[in-house]
Structures are given as C-alpha cells and as structure tokens.
Write a protein that binds this ligand. Structure first.
Ligand code: PDD
Length: 277
C-alpha cells in the first residue's frame, strides 16, 4: 500500500513521522474520512469543505490547496487499486520539542492513506444494535479532531456488551453516534436529526441524506431527541462515510419497531447508495 506523506507517495514501511509530531503527543490535529465505492470518492466536496473548516478552527494552515488534496485522494485510489473502502487524511500542527505552546511557523504534517474494506455490507440489510453511553467528549465536537479516546473506549465497552456500536447521551438527549450521525423516524413518519452545533460533528453523509430526503419530499425535523423518543421511534438509523445509511434495530435494551430495518430507512438507504454508486 502506498501512503501520501508530506508531498510524496511512499511504501507503508517508509511512511514515518517523528515521535515529536504534535498529533502523536497532543492529539493536536484533525482528520477526514471519505468513502470510495466502485473506485469513486463519495461526497468528496462535502468532506473537503469540512477538512478546510476543521483546520481553520484550530489555526492550522492546510499545507496543500483543496483542489490538490482531491487529486492526492484520487491518486491514492489509483495507486492502491482501491475499488471499495475509504481514504483517510490527517493534518497535524507539525513536529516540535514537546511543549503545550506552539510556534506559529510550524510545518504541518499531512498524511493520507487508503483502507480496503467493504462499505456495502450485510449490516445495511440486517441493521445493527447500539449501546447507550454518556457523551464524555469535549465541547467542540464540531471539529473533526484526532482526539478520539472517548469514542475508542465507548466502542470497546459496547463490543464487550455485545452491541455493534454506540449512541452517546448528554442531559437525556442523544448527541450522535461514536462515529456517526443519529436519526430516528417518529410514529407519524417524520425524520428527526439533531441540528448542527458545537455539540456534534456536522456529518457529511447526514447532510447528503437530508438533502436527498428533502428532494424526495420526506418530512424532516432538525431537533434534538431524547433517549425515550429514540426507543419509542418507529425506525432508527445512523449515517457516516464508512457506513452510509445503516439501520439501527436495537437501542440499548429496546427493540425498534419489529426489529427489522424500517421502510423509510430502507428507502433513504437506496436513494443514497443509488447516487453514491
Ligand atoms: N466518523 N459523528 C462523529 C463523531 C463521527 O466521527 C463521524 C464520522 C460522523 C459522521 O460523519 P460523516 O458522515 O461525515 O462520515 C458523525 C468517521 C467515519 C470515522 O471516524 O471513521
């Protein structure tokens, strides 16, 4: 596998960064994940926009122009003959002697690689279970920071309990999934998704799905929803680059609907995959 590292494409074994990289020492960096289906990047413009926003929010200057980043992603897909999977990109503030303070002229480290994995999986048809856990993250979740310890621990705990994934809870409301945006469908057929704010990551797949739902004439409510409302919903699903539109058929101990992916979820999934492929 070839890796893009600061201007060059190098074999994995040669893709090395100093241990003084601030991403490693302080999680001082941001990342982006874009799906590849049938050799094509999915929602790439939305991911680029968010990458630019994320680095801007923490004062890192993107070391390559946006248009060039897209070319790097395409080149990696070509070089690694990726048919289905993801492109992962990470930008850190750079390498320097360990110190909380940083100089403004640090040279950011930019890394990108591909991961060969199935995006269109059987889980899209069967649905998944999500555990409920307190959202213990920081208060700027709108920045796609590499500081992911809360999600790592939450997902590991959920796995030990036999759940596929996690939805996180704050003040009785679902914020989002550990690596996805959370949606429910109410008994009167309205699709509910929490509005973007600093409390959640503005999901690119979420935005794409909401646009498609709107074009289709489905009823949308952008508002927070409680654990009880989620468990009482007629359908639930989550979205992310790597899981597209995945039905959620169990939330904590509650089975959603009849335990199978709901009709609106399946419809949105079909519409989303249709334009992504
Ligand atoms: N995670 N919320 C969180 C906390 C996320 O980490 C992600 C994505 C999303 C969905 O965003 P998008 O639709 O743009 O992928 C929401 C990626 C896939 C990851 O960490 O691997």
């Amino acid at each position: 596998r070839q890796i893009y590292l600061n201007g060059s494409y190098v074999p994995e074994a040669q893709a090395l960064l100093p241990i003084f990289d601030r991403g490693f020492l302080f999680a001082d960096g941001i990342y982006e994940v874009c799906a590849v289906i049938d050799r094509r990047l999915v929602d790439v413009d939305l991911h680029m926009k968010r990458l630019v926003r994320s680095v801007g929010e923490i004062g890192i200057a993107l070391p390559v122009a946006s248009a060039e980043v897209v070319e790097i992603m395409k080149e990696l897909v070509r070089r690694n003959r990726l048919v289905e999977g993801v492109v992962y990109m990470q930008v850190t503030r750079g390498s320097a002697e360990r110190d909380f303070h940083y100089a403004d002229d640090l040279k950011p480290n930019f890394v990108a690689f591909t991961q060969d994995r199935k995006i269109v999986t059987p889980k899209l048809s069967t649905g998944i279970s999500v555990d409920l856990q307190p959202d213990i993250r920081w208060q700027r979740r709108d920045i796609k920071s590499v500081m992911l310890l809360a999600q790592v621990l939450a997902k590991h705990e959920a796995g030990k309990k036999g759940f596929n994934d996690v939805w996180m809870v704050e003040d009785g409301f679902i914020t989002e999934g550990a690596s996805s945006s959370a949606f429910i469908v109410t008994k009167d057929g309205r699709i509910v998704s929490r509005a973007n704010s600093q409390a959640i990551l503005p999901g690119c797949t979420r935005l794409a799905v909401l646009r498609l739902a709107e074009e289709t004439g489905l009823l949308l409510d952008e508002r927070p929803f409680t654990v009880e409302q989620a468990q009482d919903a007629s359908e639930a699903f989550l979205t992310s680059a790597s899981s597209t539109v995945t039905p959620v058929v169990r939330i904590g101990e509650c089975v959603i609907g009849d335990g199978k992916p709901g009709p609106l979820t399946r419809r949105l999934q079909a519409i989303y995959l249709d334009q992504a492929m």
